[in-house]
Ligand binder design. Structure first.
Ligand SMILES: [Zn+2]
Length: 299
């Protein structure tokens, strides 16, 4: 295993020798986040289990390396939900705040829970085995954590809330209950970016989907201008798939939802870290970072 890891890093050094030091650091951290969150020791990060807590402790430990602060007394927002066996469980959103003393707040979100060892949402029918959820959604959380680090190191004009949602797979409970419990904050939210499954950019078609709602058309050309030329960016305004942006969109909050979409391993026991397109993931990180910097500057 160690040997494989060493080989991977040597491979990375050659593959990305043209990258700046900074990009190489981001790439290595993206890989580390996914390998940890999608490792067997986290048993598929099912909401309401001790493995969800292991996952959120990792997210908090990463937030703690930045200047971000908890929103409120704690890093976590606990809430109750009923699991698929109708058992009442407690799950936890993780919320970090970047207070730039602004009147408006931009929400950046990614869900961190997954299917545990299976259940009704699994597509590996009849198999009770760990669903690591590397693409769904350790990939989104990895970029989310790197954006949190980068945005906390810059002077920005908006406040930022970074929310890692839980109990997404059971029915988007984390985002719904955030909206219910933080009603007072809603008028201050300028826009919400949801990052869900961005680790499987196809190496040939290189499709990336950006759903936008309630934002001016100028964002479309801005996004196209920042997207690397070898990526085919599709900007979509209708038929949003359901995800954690839905609760915000229903309240008419402008939304962006980015994804590389579903694939053969979606909700299967084969959604593993070694299948992630890390070069694509780094490009998506760079693209989102530039887009956010520009949105932050615009009115
Ligand atoms: Zn899922």
């Amino acid at each position: 295993m160690r040997c494989r890891l060493l080989f991977f890093y040597v491979f990375l050094m050659f593959s990305y020798s043209a990258l700046s030091q900074d990009s190489t650091g981001v790439l290595l951290r993206l890989k580390k986040h996914i390998e940890i969150l999608a490792s067997d020791s986290l048993q598929g990060r099912r909401a309401g289990t001790e493995y969800e807590k292991k996952a959120y402790r990792y997210i908090i430990s990463e937030f703690s390396k930045t200047t971000l602060k908890p929103y409120g007394k704690n890093w976590v927002h606990p809430f109750s939900f009923k699991d698929e066996d109708s058992l009442k469980k407690t799950a936890y959103n993780v919320i970090a705040y970047l207070d730039n003393k602004a009147s408006k707040t931009i929400v950046i979100a990614a869900h961190y829970d997954h299917l545990g060892i299976g259940g009704t949402k699994s597509r590996s029918y009849g198999k009770k085995a760990i669903h690591n959820g590397a693409d769904d959604n350790a990939s989104g959380v990895a970029v989310f954590l790197e954006l949190a680090k980068s945005l906390s190191e810059n002077n920005l004009k908006n406040n930022y809330l970074f929310i890692a949602f839980s109990a997404h797979e059971e029915g988007l409970f984390g985002s719904k209950l955030f909206m219910a419990d933080y009603k007072k904050l809603l008028p201050d939210i300028r826009l919400m970016l949801n990052i869900d499954m961005i680790g499987r950019m196809d190496t040939i078609s290189k499709n990336l989907s950006l759903f936008t709602s309630g934002l001016p058309a100028s964002i479309d050309s801005l996004a196209q201008s920042y997207c690397p030329q070898d990526i085919y960016l599709k900007i979509i305004k209708e038929n949003f798939p359901e995800s954690d942006h839905s609760a915000f969109k229903n309240k008419k909050i402008p939304c962006l939802f980015i994804t590389t979409g579903a694939h053969e391993d979606y909700h299967k026991i084969t959604d593993d870290a070694e299948k992630i397109n890390y070069a694509g993931l780094l490009k998506i990180y760079d693209f989102l970072q530039q887009l956010i910097f520009d949105l932050d500057n615009s009115k």
